[in-house]
Design a protein around this ligand. Structure first.
Ligand code: FAD
Length: 406
């Protein structure tokens, strides 16, 4: 297992349940992955050429964008505290994951402070894993759970090098302190751009929210919507739609992350324009069915998705069901690729899920003989999705979440 974040932890539990011997390699000193908050930032705030890259991407005030009921693993409830919102602080998620590791006795199988440097395929579908302590070990299977919110994607903007203000990626945003009284532009259309814009707008002189397409919600007078950035010059910014934004103090990219598997032998999967493929069931490469990639999809319900993916993989390894032939898995991947090309405009968004997520989770469960999603799951997930669209600023504190039993 590579990584002791949510994916690696639930994978370890499922492997133990199948009676496998397990080793989890975790480069940090703790479980929790991205939920281990740090005040530290990288030496390069854009996160492109840092000497000491950081894994985490959380900001201090972050609360979950899902009610905890949708974040819980099966057999391990996640409840808000007395009087606490269903949308909890990041500290609460970190302690949930620490408790999970404790209760399922996972700490003894994690080797902390150990980075996986190389994963190479051997004959017989086995794997050679080289770690930072210079050890090499052979495994029958590998589960990759190294996360995909660590390597910032920074689309180039013409003249960026001439920009006089601060350039940063949201990966290194922790709080709004350094933006007091400043003029700040943020670029991105996803939740992080909105959340960070709102936080900074409480203290900044003016915030400009640059995006190809904005939602038309009320964001208050301190946030002005403008088009995507075209060119920077000194401290000015030309944006699409002929607007010009002058005297900027800072520009923050909220433009997502790259998938990255620096340890993986070439040719196991291709990563082209942020699309990891070919992957049968979006988990295993047809030619190497003993390595699994967990949690590549985004805009999902992550913990339950990870859980069903690892149940599927570990039950397959335990021969509780059989994979189709290699050629059938290849044609499944080809069909999937055609569907993606026909239905999603940008390749870099191929891992973004829509409502097809739920049937895919149920298909995995059915195939491996695991429980399907509970009845309340999809209605609640859809209620959250709609609330986020309708009240992107205030959805977390809506009365309606006081009870999420329905
Ligand atoms: P990670 O948590 O990133 O864990 C990967 C682990 O692998 C890390 O511990 C890392 O140190 C380790 N690792 C990496 N490379 C190596 C290596 N070579 N060798 C050894 N160890 C290695 N999800 C939700 O469900 N609700 C939310 O509200 C939510 N909000 C989010 C907000 C932000 C800002 C971000 C960035 C993500 C958010 N997510 C949210 C998604 C979150 O990423 C997932 O929920 C989940 O925690 C990811 O788990 P993971 O195990 O796949 O990856």
């Amino acid at each position: 297992m590579i990584g002791a974040g949510a994916a690696g932890l639930v994978a370890a539990r499922e492997c133990l349940r199948q009676g496998f011997r397990v080793r989890v390699f975790e480069k940090s000193g703790q479980v929790g992955g991205v939920w281990q908050y740090t005040d530290d930032v990288e030496d390069d705030l854009l996160g492109v050429s840092s000497q000491r890259p950081l894994h985490g991407s959380l900001y201090k005030s972050l609360r979950t964008n899902l009610p905890v009921k949708l974040m819980a693993f099966r057999d391990f409830p996640f409840e808000p505290g007395e009087g606490e919102s269903q949308f909890v602080s990041h500290e609460r998620v970190q302690s949930y994951l620490e408790n999970f590791a404790k209760v399922f006795d996972l700490y003894p199988v994690v080797r902390f402070g150990t980075t996986v440097d190389a994963v190479k395929s051997l004959s017989g579908d086995r794997w050679l894993v080289r770690t930072s302590d210079s050890r090499e070990s052979v495994f029958d299977a590998v589960i990759v759970g190294n996360g995909h919110y660590s390597k910032p994607r920074v689309p180039g903007v013409e003249g960026m090098k001439s920009f006089k203000g601060l350039l940063m990626h949201s990966h290194n945003y922790r709080n709004s302190d350094r933006f007091k009284g400043k003029r700040v532009a943020l670029f991105g259309a996803a939740a992080s751009a909105l959340d960070i814009s709102l936080e900074i707008s409480q203290v900044a002189e003016q915030v400009y929210w640059c995006a190809e397409k904005h939602s038309d919600i009320d964001v208050g007078p301190h946030i002005k919507r403008v088009g995507s950035p075209l060119e920077m010059k000194g401290s000015d910014l030309q944006v699409k739609g002929q607007d010009r934004v002058n005297h900027l103090d800072a520009f923050i990219f909220c433009t997502g992350y790259h998938y990255d598997f620096p340890f993986l032998e070439n040719g196991i999967v291709n990563v082209v324009d942020n699309w990891v493929h070919p992957l049968y069931r979006e988990i295993i490469p047809p030619h190497h069915p003993t390595i699994a990639f967990i949690g590549l999809s985004y805009a999902v319900i992550p913990f339950p998705l990870f859980e069903i993916q690892v149940k599927w993989f570990t039950r397959m390894l335990a021969r509780k069901f059989n994979l189709p032939s290699q050629s059938n898995m290849v044609s499944w991947c080809e069909k999937k690729a055609s569907w993606l090309r026909a239905n999603k405009p940008k390749q870099r968004n191929f891992h973004k899920k829509g409502p097809e997520l739920y049937s895919q989770m149920d298909d995995l469960a059915e195939e491996c003989g695991a429980k399907s999603l509970p009845e309340w799951f999809v209605p609640l997930a859809e209620r959250v999705r709609l609330a986020r669209l309708e009240y992107p600023v205030s959805y977390r504190d809506h009365e309606c979440w006081k009870s999420v039993d329905s």
